[in-house]
Structures are given as structure tokens and as C-alpha cells.
Ligand binder design. Sequence first.
Ligand code: PHE
Length: 523
Amino acid sequence: MKPLTRRHFIERATRLTGSGYSAMMALNLIPASPARTLSLQGNGNGKRVLILGAGMAGLAAAYELGKLDYECTVLEARNRPGGRIWTVRRGTRETELEGDEQTCRFDEGQYFNAGAMRIPHHHESVIRYCRELGVPLESFNNTNEGAYYYSDGGRGPLANKRIRQRELHSDMRGYTAELLAKAFDQSALDLPLSAEDKEKVIEYLVAEGSLDAGRRYKGTARRGYRVAPSAYDQPGTPAEAPALLHLIEAGYLSPHFSNVPEYTYEQQTTMLMVPGGTDRLTEGFVKKIGKKITYGAEVKEIKKTEGGATVTYLDKKSGATKALTADFCICTIPLPVLSGIANNFSSDVQRAVDLVPYNNTCKVGLQFKRRFWEEDDGIYGGISRTNLDITQVVYPCSGYLSAKGVLIGCYNYGSTAERLGNLSPAEREKLVLAQGSKIHPQYGQEFESSFSLAWQKIPYSQGGWAVYSPEARQRYYPAFLQPDGPVYFAGEHTSYLTAWIAGAFESAVRTVESIHERVQRGS
Ligand code: PHE
């Protein structure tokens, strides 16, 4: 018999099934869609599932299991659903671990997303749920060439001066293209290219960097004008480009100013957002399965038993300790919190729960009397970046030209966020205003009120998102991909899409499929 080649296999499968698609999928020739639609057959026959956490993973799991006639209860420690989808508005209250209570004093209608704020356009699972639940999406302006870079503490003529992002982008494209063109000209690069090929590369570099006839970068209108074109006699005088040395001295070649929104897959245009606040997505689920959620239920113990799982929780309203049993349990509790909950998990799971680290992250929302960043600076959405602790200033990309506005005056990560998080809300406000004033001197005049949070100190989250080193991925991650007896794990931390809503959704889908398959098998 002739050996079966891949091609033959696909041809035969096509003849048998009328489509070669699944055969090609089986051979890995078509990448599986990142967001499979759940079209599970059969019936859960009222099997009981206890879901721990009403964040995106827990809500999506309850929603999908409900479609299959499982009986679900979602235990949520907070008095609100959504987890790390959290939109802060007037009246929002929070007390951080060892912290002071804050109450949001923004005007009615003003808000910021303290957690998830932006959705990559290729996160199909999120888009699918938005479509299914009737939650609208619009553009999140993650890239804005008119926003600022501000390098603090450099040297030279550009030291401590904000610059527009378009300036640095154009200048660095220009200078790198010039350097490369020079290297090609001098045949300094040992590449197997013909003279004609080299000419094509140089032609490309001239266009890419906006180089002059001598293949030098001398500035370009792309970086903006010193005198703008007018309807009178002014054709437009482009602003002079600074010398490469001056950009280096001022600190603008530091990774703080690398072009993350254009280069990172997750942040490329078009990014999306939920108009009115990301919590509208949470509401979409709550409309469907809200009755299944028990709020104020703080999980104290998770136990695998003979026939299923028993979860003990503190009913915060009555102060009573209660217990629920179920055939299965889906645990979406963030690991830093889960680590403090009594359990009889396998040692592999316990190790993973204790040892996968989480990122620190802070956001500080600032309400201003007027949208000076729009009125004075022409900034409509997008993000300014700096090497100061505040790291990013995120401008609202809705409500343009309206009277007041809330921007995110600080969004940082890691050790910088740890430092800021260790300050009191009043100290954070002071620091964020002082640092932000270096980019926007209008801060002092226009500021009204702030609300700040450090996710590592927010009860029931205790961190921003899971951060796996390659080693942790290899050693600990597999423990979350299979059930520990009746207990399943879901949440962004149980996916390769950590720090994104899509990780929560896709892990919920994985878990539901896995439970349903087991129930149908009858084991
Ligand atoms: N998804 C989060 C955000 O949009 C966290 C994150 C930040 C993830 C930066 C990757 C890179 O801000």
C-alpha cells in the first residue's frame, strides 16, 4: 500500500466528508480559531456546579452551563459582580488592605475604568460575548501621535521638555533609516543582495525615514510644523528636527518611550472598549444569570469530598458560616487570595497556587474642571508616557468637548506600582499631581478630585494579573488545565492570555467543555 501522505489524507477526508477542513485542522494546517463557539449537545440534567467568583470567568461559566441545564450557584465575596472589571463612578467606595476608605466624589456621569479598559480587536471571545449579550463596542484610542512623551532628568537642550509622540517617532525613523542607508551605501552590511536589490532597500529607507536627496534625515513635516499652513501666505514651515545626540541625552531612547501601542500585538489599532464603562459587559451577563449570584459570600474552605465538593463561606451580611455542596466546583479566585483559603487540593495545585507571581498595578483617576488636554493641547484620547512613577496618562476617548473630564493620571506596573501603592490615597494624589504637572502644567489650576487604587491591595483581588516566567509556565501552569477531582480552575491566570478578559472567557469555555464532556461520559 502506498504510504499515506498529508495531501492524500486531506483528499480522502474531503471525499468522505465533503470538506477537508477538519482534516486540515487535525494536521494543524489551519490554526484553530482562538475563540471557538460553544455548541455543546446534550444536557447537564441539573447537575450542581458551584462557581467561586463573579468575575468574567465565573459569569461566563454560569452563563454557558445554564444553557446546558446545569444548576449553578456563583459565590461572590464582594457586593458587586465583575472582579477586575470595575468602573469607578460617583459613590464608589473601597477600603484597601491596611488602607483608608475612599469614596469617589466625581460628578455624576464621570468615571474611569479602574480595571479592564481596552480590548484587542483579535480577542474574538470577548467580541462574541458582546455580540451575544447586545453590549456595544467602540474604538479605544490607544495610539495618539499628538500625545506626549516626557523624559525627566535627562541632559542637553531637550532635557525635561515634553515632546509630541509624532516627533520622536518621525525622528527615530529618520535617523535609523539614514544610518542604515549609509551602511548599505558603504556595503558595510554583508548581505547577499545584488546592486539592484540594494537600490530597492535604499529606496524603501528613503521613503520610510523621509530622507532627503542626499539620504540624510533633516526633519520632515510628519513631525509637525513650527508655523502651520494657513489660508493666507503660509505654506507651512516644518519644525526642525533635534540632533540624534540630543534625543539620546534627554533620555528618549529609553524603553519607557518604545512604541508599545504600535508594536505590541495586543495593543495595535483598532483597540475596542465598551462605551459608558467596561462594567456594561458585566451587566450584560448579570441580566442573564444575575439570580444565580450570592453576594457577600467570602469563601473560607474548598474541599473535595466523596461525591463532589463542599465549599464553606462566610455570609458577610448575617455573619453566619454556611456550606454548600455540589457535583463540581469551578474556582476562579485569583491566586494570591486562593492561597489563603483552606483546601485539600493536590500538592501540584497547591504549589501552583502559592508560587505563580502576580503583577502590582495602580491606577489613579483625576477629575478636572475642564478638558485642558483637548482645549489647550489638542489631545483626544490616547496615552502620554513618562519615565516618572506615574508612567502613563490615559486620556478619555469619549465625551470629547464636554465640560469636565476624568483622565487616568497614573497607570503603572511592577516595583513602581508597589511604591505608589504603599502610599496613602492622599499621598498618591499629591505625587500624581506633582509628576503630572510636568507634562500638563494646568493640573494645579484645574484639578477637582481623585480616586486611586493599587490592585495588589484590593481585597479579593490582591494583584493585577498573573505573570508567568517561562519556568513557572512549565512547572505550575499545567496543574490548572485539568480538574483536581471535582474542582476545576478558570480565570485569566489559567490561560496564555493573562491580563486580558479573553483569558477569563476562554478558560471558562475550556472548563465548561471539560465538565460537560465528563458528565456526558457519565464518569
Ligand atoms: N490588559 C491590561 C491592559 O490593557 C494589562 C496589560 C498591560 C497587559 C500591558 C499587557 C500589556 O492594560
